[in-house]
Design a protein around this ligand. Structure first.
Ligand code: NAD
Length: 429
């Protein structure tokens, strides 16, 4: 195995915004998108950077850098997650915001695209410090977010609790006469604080809908199939648990600390409990630790990247031995690696299709908050299944009739909706 399969740092990876641009330009060329739309979509509408101080438990102060990038809102309010990670950069947030625009457009969800984050490692801070960092960040964002303007959600390093702190801070500051309306300022909240049933597992559930549709078309029996998952947080753990219900077996997993495998299968429910207790998959009883290069070289039917962007570069693509990559993470595949995978016959379900279950149920949560309704889990799951299958079919048909790869097909469908809206509205003044 070569050293080039060592985990790349963010600095060693391609610039994610340039990657998002390349994907955009490829689709724009393919569908002959008008030049004025290329210009508009090539940059976010707004880029906000805030520096804010927070008092730590030891009495000292630290200055944090936070971002919120609003890419486009022609189809509805800005929408996108908040990331807490020590390698967050403006260009990463710009890429993630653009992908949100295309994801919502692809699924015909009336939201635009945005993303935000704070550059720090949340594992180094206490719960009290995380609460103060979150509340102070929300204060710094001020009226740049709002239930009809820009609606954050969880992403890497954040969860339902972080969303509840954001919502509570926003509602407390807004001084609204109808504070319950302000709850829709974020999605992915706890149920008690106005979240939706099914939101926590929605991204994983959506990925499994895509995998099930692909398996039927590819005549691949999921019962007895094997899969590997990189990243065992919200997306990775839920996709593993839900996919295991089809009879498929998790044989390798990995996270920030390392990688594990067991060819006989790993119980994702017990692994999830172990990660809750210890913070990593490493050391889970009954598995052996493997190097990162071995994880990517493991022969499986399905590989699910569910960690950070650009983890699948050229060396990983050469090593990978699977039939399907279902992109749980946003932007996990380097454009230079993609042709190698496609050439090998690996099918790729692109991120804006595969991992969109989260934003779909976020939209349902926002609707429930707006209407003061509570939908039961069955209703949420039915709506999600219908939407995922409909979009999967649309992408599949587009790719087959226009003879292009699925990422280009998904991007073209999304850009087509955005172009129609701009075409009819025109550009003010
Ligand atoms: P999370 O914080 O819950 O989990 C992230 C996982 O990635 C953790 O297991 C972490 O240990 C692992 N990880 C971090 N750095 C790593 C590294 N260098 N190498 C290997 N593993 C590493 O985050 P999440 O919400 O599960 O998000 C995962 C991915 O899915 C991200 O790309 C995110 O943008 C995308 N996504 C999330 C949602 C959602 O609803 N949460 C929706 C759509 C897309």
């Amino acid at each position: 195995m070569s050293d080039s399969l060592q985990a790349p740092t963010a600095a060693a990876k391609p610039n994610p915004y340039q990657v998002a641009q390349q994907q955009f330009e490829k689709a724009a060329d393919f569908m002959d998108l008008p030049g004025y739309l290329r210009q508009i979509l090539s940059q976010p509408k707004n880029e906000l950077i805030v520096n804010f101080p927070v008092k730590l438990d030891n009495g000292e102060y630290r200055l944090f850098k936070g971002y919120r990038v609003q890419h486009n809102n022609v189809l509805g309010p800005y929408k996108g997650g908040i990331r807490y990670h020590h390698e967050v950069t403006l260009d990463e947030i710009k890429a993630l915001g653009a992908w949100m625009t295309y994801k919502c457009a692809l699924h015909d969800i009336p939201f635009g695209g945005a993303k935000g984050g704070i550059k720090f490692n949340p594992r180094d801070y206490s719960a009290g410090e995380l609460e103060r960092i979150t509340r102070r960040f929300t204060f710094a964002l001020g009226q740049n977010i709002g239930p009809e303007h820009d609606i954050p959600a969880p992403d890497v390093g954040t969860n339902a609790q972080v969303m509840v702190w954001m919502m509570d801070t926003y509602v407390s500051l807004a001084g609204s006469e109808q504070p319950h309306v302000g709850r829709g300022v974020v999605t992915g909240k706890t149920i008690a604080a106005g979240g939706s049933h099914g939101r926590e597992q929605a991204t994983g559930q959506g990925i499994v809908h895509c995998i099930t549709e692909w398996a039927r078309d590819a005549r691949c029996e999921l019962n007895g199939a094997t899969f590997a998952v990189q990243g065992f947080g919200n997306v990775g753990s839920h996709v593993s648990k839900i996919l295991a219900r089809t009879g498929a077996s998790l044989t390798a997993a990995g996270d920030w600390k390392g990688y594990i495998s067991n060819g006989e299968g790993i119980n994702p429910y017990k692994l999830s409990e172990y990660v809750q207790r210890t913070g990593s998959v490493v050391g889970y009883p009954g598995t052996h630790t493997i190097p990162r290069e071995q994880f990517f070289a493991t022969e499986v039917d399905i590989l699910i990247p569910a960690a950070l962007e650009l983890e699948i570069g050229v060396p990983e693509a050469r090593a990978i031995r699977c039939k399907l990559i279902a992109e749980g993470a946003n932007g996990p595949t380097d454009p230079r690696a993609e042709p190698i995978l496609l050439e090998k016959g690996v099918h790729i379900i692109p991120d804006i299709l595969a991992n969109s279950g989260g934003v779909a149920v976020s939209y349902y949560e926002w609707l429930q908050n707006k209407r003061s309704e509570v939908w039961d889990l069955e209703e949420v799951e039915e709506r999600l299944a219908k939407r995922m299958k409909r979009t999967f079919l649309a992408v599949s048909e587009y790719a087959a009739t226009r003879k292009c790869d699925w990422r280009t097909a998904a991007m073209c469908l999304a850009l087509g909706r955005i172009a129609k809206a701009y075409g009819e509205r025109g550009i003010f003044p």
